[in-house]
Design a protein around this ligand. Sequence first.
Ligand code: PLP
Length: 368
Amino acid sequence: MRNHAPFIGMHKTELDTPALLIDLDKMEANIQTMANYFTNISVGLRPHVKTHKTPIIAHKQIAAGAIGVTCAKLGEAEAVIHAGIRDVLIANQVVGTQKVARLINLAKHAEIMVAVDNPQNVQAISEAASTKGVSVRILVEVNIGMNRCGVEPGQPTLALAQHILQSPNLKFEGLMGYEGHTVSKPDLAERDTATREAVQRLVDAKHYLEKHGVEVAIMSGGGTGTFNITGSIPEMTEVQAGSYIFMDSTYHNVEGVGEQFGCALSVLATVVSRPQPNRIVVDTGLKVLAKEFGIPQPTGVAGLEMTGLSEEHGKIEADTNVTLTPGDKLEILPTHCCTTVNLHDRYYGIRNGIVESVWDIAARGKAQ
Ligand SMILES: Cc1ncc(COP(=O)(O)O)c(C=O)c1O
C-alpha cells in the first residue's frame, strides 16, 4: 500500500492527475439523507458496495443505520468481510466449484447470504456447506421484469424454495428481485408505475409461497432510483440502493432523486494541450472515465463540452473566451459512478478544497 500521508492537507488542485475525488460533505449528506428515509419505516437499507467498493464507506453507511451491505461479487464480499463487516448479501449467483468454496469459507466469518436461481447451484452450495459444517442463508432471485437472472414468480419460485428447505445446511430466508429496468427512468410518475408493477411480481411470489406454507422472512430489492418507491411497499424488508452515495450526472437527471442527493464524485484532470483556441485536450480518457451512459462533462467551468474520449485523452470543445491552458486543472463529472470508481486505485477525500483522507479502493477490479 502506498504511503498516503504526503497528500493529506494538499489543496486538491495540487494533486497529480487523473485523480478520483470525493466531496466529503456531499457524500456524508447523501449517507444521511438516505439513512433518514429508512429511520422511521420498517424496511432496512442494505447499501450496495459495488458503487464505492471501499470498506470505510460501508462502515459509515452502517454507522448511519444500514442493516448490512449488498455485494455483486465474492471479491467485494471478501473485501468488506476482511474489514470487519458481518451482514453481507451477495445479490448475485455464485457458481462453480472454486467460487462456492470461497462462499462457504466466508460463511465461517460472516452472516453471508446469497441469491440463487437454479437447483444445481443450490445443491452445490448445500454439499459444500455440509462438508464444511456451516449454514448459508439463501434468497431465491425472482425475475421481476428486468429479464436478467431469476426464476419466474409462482410455481418455479415455490419449487426452488422447497428444494432449498430440503437441502442440508441451507437456510431459506426469502426472495430477492431487482427492478433494474425501472431504476433510472427519468420521469417520476412513469418510474413509480413501472416499479410498482415490477415489485408486485415479487409480492405475488411471496404470497404464493405463503399460501403453500413457506415462510418468507426477507424481501430484498430496489436501487437508488426506486428506494422510496420499493421502500414504501409494505411487503419489502430491505432496499439495495448503491449509487446514492456518490450519484453521477445520469442519476442526477432522474426526477425525485437528483433533487435529494448531491454529485460527490469527480475526476480531476489536467489540460495537456490546447492545439486550437476551440479545442482543449485533458489527460482523462477511457482508462479513468466510463462512458457507457454518455460522455462525462467538465464541471465548474462554463463554455466546455467534452466530445470524445480515447484511451488517455479527453477532447473538449471550448468557447474561445475560456482561459484554460496546458497545466491547468479541471473536474469531470462521471456519467456512471460505479464503473468509473472501478477504474481507480484510490479516492482523495476533499473538504473545503483540501485533501482530508486518502482511501484505497479495496475491491477495485474484484470481478471474481
Ligand atoms: C442486484 C442489484 N441491486 C441493487 C442495485 C442498485 O444500484 P443503484 O443504487 O446503483 O441503482 C443494482 C445495480 O446494478 C443491482 O444490480
